[in-house]
Design a protein around this ligand. Sequence first.
Ligand code: 5GP
Length: 112
Amino acid sequence: MKTLFEKIVDGEIPAKIIYQDDICAAINDINPQAPVHVLLFPKKPIERLSKAEQSDADTLAHLMLTVPNVAKICGLDNGFRVVINNGKDAGETVPHMHIHILGGTTLGWPPC
Ligand code: 5GP
């Protein structure tokens, strides 16, 4: 069964894809928590970060190296935050690992 993000990449659920390559894609979050709130995920799903295996190393590295490119596309020249919610206590709701890229304002810290 396809994940939500696989359905989005396959055009079965509408979303503006703001970046994609062979390995990953980025979309705007449907419920933004900052002026810019993007989700970057691998096209081949990893359920969550804690389920990643050594064979996912290249994909994870590619995702991290793609974050600044997506941030640049979004105009986040003054900075951005990356968040990965892993599991119930972190508020994970979509079991297809993704990186939240947040910015467009001065973000508070600590986050809770
Ligand atoms: P998580 O809570 O798993 O870390 O992040 C999942 C994110 O997916 C949430 O921020 C939520 O707003 C977003 N989301 C859920 N459903 C959709 C959808 O159909 N389209 C888009 N673009 N984002 C979604």
